[in-house]
Each structure stands twice: as structure tokens, then as C-alpha cells.
Design a protein around this ligand. Structure first.
Ligand code: ATP
Length: 265
């Protein structure tokens, strides 16, 4: 695997514990944690094929893709879909084949395709805008997904389901499709705890219910950014980040969801 290649090996391995929310997905995965082990093989369980996770930016899809590989105990390859396309005629198809070969050579492994919808520009309009390349690449990808024999578990993440061709969502390709929404108040509480621990502070020293109340419509990424902002403020004051710093940082932030709402109304 060369630097600057189509796929990269990701070594950071957060666990499912590092994610706030995603309960149905966590349950699904925990049930299949040993699916790539020998006991499951002997039992005759089929190797799971893959997951499609769709949701707005910053809700933890990337974090989840990484946690999938640590749950299965498999190496993680990340494919930058944008890099597959381009070059001379036929190059995109060749790129996809090379990615598949790499993943199959490393299998069992997890292949994470980030922002998969990016690759499929034009495919929903019949693939005319790029001479049909994205349709062809997309077709080969789907055939491989359906027929693959090597244990390559695919995690595809997407921000916008409307950009994905309907064939993609049909049963048989992915085992499950999970939609991720803005976190609920309970999920925000868990995310605050995780984020505070991640930044080496003790959640018990914060008024979590208050923090949850002030960050309505925040994504996990926005919660983390607000905590980091609070740390900088506190550091400049020669203090530890306290509730007031965090609440002020939250107040300074306009979450993307609220911004979008105000543009629609
Ligand atoms: P994008 O589509 O913009 O890549 P994403 O949905 O993949 O967004 P992440 O990159 O996983 O989101 O989230 C960014 C950061 O925000 C994570 O590294 C994590 O620190 C924090 N975060 C987001 N959602 C959660 C969550 N549900 N639980 C814990 N941390 C979260």
C-alpha cells in the first residue's frame, strides 16, 4: 500500500464505547462481533457483507466505520472514492479493480468507503454527465458486493441519501442500512461524557444536564468543537475548563442544523 494510493490503512481504532448513540447499529454489530472468527465459520454462519450508514456531517459516521473494524478485530482500509474517478478512459474501472484486489488480498478486512455518493455523480441521471463512467464503476461495485466470496466487510458512509442510486439501497447488497439523525438529548449527554473524557477531563465535574439543554440541534462534532473552544478560553485564563466556559462556547456556536432551518423558513 503506497502513500498517496487509492486506499490507506487506518490504524486508529476507537471502540463502540467511544460513540454516543447508534444503539441499533451497536446491537447489530455486537451480535456479529465474532462473525469473522473460526468458530462462526465452523458453525456455518455466512460472513456479513457490509453496512451503509447515511447521515448528516459530524454525527460520527467516520468514528463508527473505525469502530466496526475494532469490533470485528479486522484491519481497516479506507477508500477515497473521489480518487477512483479520473484519468484516461477505462482508468476509473481499472482503479476500482485494483482497490478490490488489494482488499481481497488483505481479507478478512473492513473496507470503508467514505462519502460514497461523491463517486456517483451523474449516475442518477443515467450517467450521461461523465460519459457513463460513474454508472459503469457503480455497476461493477454492486456486482462485486453481491458476488464477493472473500471476507471483505464494506462500510459505506454517505451524507446524502438522495444522491445514491436506488439500486444501492436494494436488499442483498448491504446487510443493513442505518440512518443517523441529530443526537437526542440522552445521546447528547453520552457524547458530552465521551468528549470530556477524550480531552482528559472528568465528566463528573460538569453539569451535564445543563450542557445538554444548551446544545439543542448540535451534532457530536459540534459538541466536541465547543469543548475544545472552551479549553482554549480556559487555558488563556490560566484556568481549567468549567461549565461556564463550555456554556459560553456553546452559545458562540450556531449549529449547522439551526442555520439550515433559518434559511428554509
Ligand atoms: P463527516 O461526514 O463530516 O465526515 P461524520 O459523521 O463522519 O462527519 P465524524 O468525523 O465521525 O463525523 O465526527 C467528527 C468528530 O466528532 C468525531 O471524531 C468525534 O470526535 C465527534 N463525534 C461526532 N459524533 C459523535 C458521536 N456520536 N459520539 C462521539 N463523538 C462523536
Amino acid at each position: 500500500l503506497k502513500r498517496g494510493g487509492l486506499v490507506e490503512v487506518i490504524s486508529s481504532a476507537p471502540s463502540l464505547e467511544d460513540i454516543g448513540g447508534y444503539d441499533p447499529l451497536k446491537e447489530w454489530l455486537n451480535r456479529r462481533a465474532g462473525a469473522f472468527g473460526t468458530a462462526a465459520r465452523h458453525y456455518g454462519l455466512p460472513a456479513p457483507k457490509g453496512l451503509l450508514i447515511v447521515g448528516i456531517p459530524g454525527t460520527g459516521k467516520s468514528l463508527t466505520a473505525k469502530a466496526v473494524s475494532s469490533t470485528f478485530g479486522l484491519p481497516l482500509l479506507r477508500l477515497d472514492m473521489g480518487r477512483v474517478f479520473g484519468g484516461i478512459i477505462g482508468q476509473s474501472e481499472a482503479n476500482l479493480r485494483s482497490v478490490i484486489q488489494t482488499a481481497e488480498a488483505i481479507a478478512p478486512c473492513v473496507l470503508w468507503i467514505d462519502e460514497i455518493e461523491k463517486g456517483f455523480v451523474g449516475s442518477q441521471s443515467g450517467g450521461t454527465s461523465d460519459g457513463g463512467t460513474s454508472s459503469r464503476v457503480f455497476g461493477s461495485f454492486l456486482s462485486w458486493m453481491q458476488e464477493k466470496e472473500k471476507p471483505v466487510f464494506v462500510v459505506a458512509t454517505a451524507n446524502d441519501v438522495s444522491k445514491l442510486p436506488p439500486e444501492f439501497l436494494r436488499k442483498g447488497r448491504f446487510d443493513e442500512l442505518f440512518f443517523v439523525d441529530l443526537p437526542s438529548p440522552e445521546e447528547r449527554a453520552r457524547i458530552w461524557e465521551i468528549v470530556i473524557c477524550r480531552h482528559r477531563r472528568n465528566p463528573a465535574t460538569y453539569d451535564i444536564p445543563r450542557l445538554v439543554r444548551v446544545c439543542d440541534q448540535f451534532t457530536g462534532a459540534e459538541i466536541e468543537a465547543a469543548f475544545v473552544d472552551a479549553m482554549f478560553e480556559a487555558y488563556a485564563e490560566g484556568d481549567e475548563p468549567k461549565d461556564k466556559h463550555v456554556v459560553e462556547a456553546v452559545t458562540r456556536t450556531i449549529p449547522l442544523a439551526r442555520l439550515m432551518d433559518s434559511q428554509i423558513t
